[in-house]
Design a protein. Sequence first.
Length: 189
Amino acid sequence: MAEHLVVVALTRTRRERLFEAAGHVLAGGGAVTFVVGARGPWEPLPDGVDVVELLPLEERHWTTPWLFADVQPWRTRIDTLLARGYDGLGRRLTPVAPALATRTRQAGWRRGVLARQGRPGRWRKWLESDAAGELRPWLFWRALRADRDALAALARADLVVWGDQQSWPVAWHLGRRAPAARVVGFFEV
């Protein structure tokens, strides 16, 4: 019997069967962690089950605001900003610090990150696209990998169960992080 079971499931299609498997591990004194999109649809969870939610991790990961926010960040050269007087930056800083461009270059500051207005509705359009169905599980893994605490706890798994097709990329990467763990698909016959 597994000492630490990690269940990766992004849809609730096999909810009861996955809870049954988690109950067997918990009854044997093991630990169970569910990796799900959001906790709400999985409530009520069995007592003793830890949950890692991927949607909040995805929102905090750098790809989400960079690619899909209504305000799009972009990089530009600082001395170009000062020369153009971007938003009055050059006019405001020149009297205070006339050699700011030289100082920033000497300090290694070659580029600044500003924001420009993006296209509204970009996130909704992404979620409805065909590409999101293919790429979003990979982005979930990237977001989970960026959360070092959650990843460290999951890397000690003995058994990784992927409960649906969408969760396969996350389960596969977790299996690579925990080489001693078995990775199995959970499908009804």
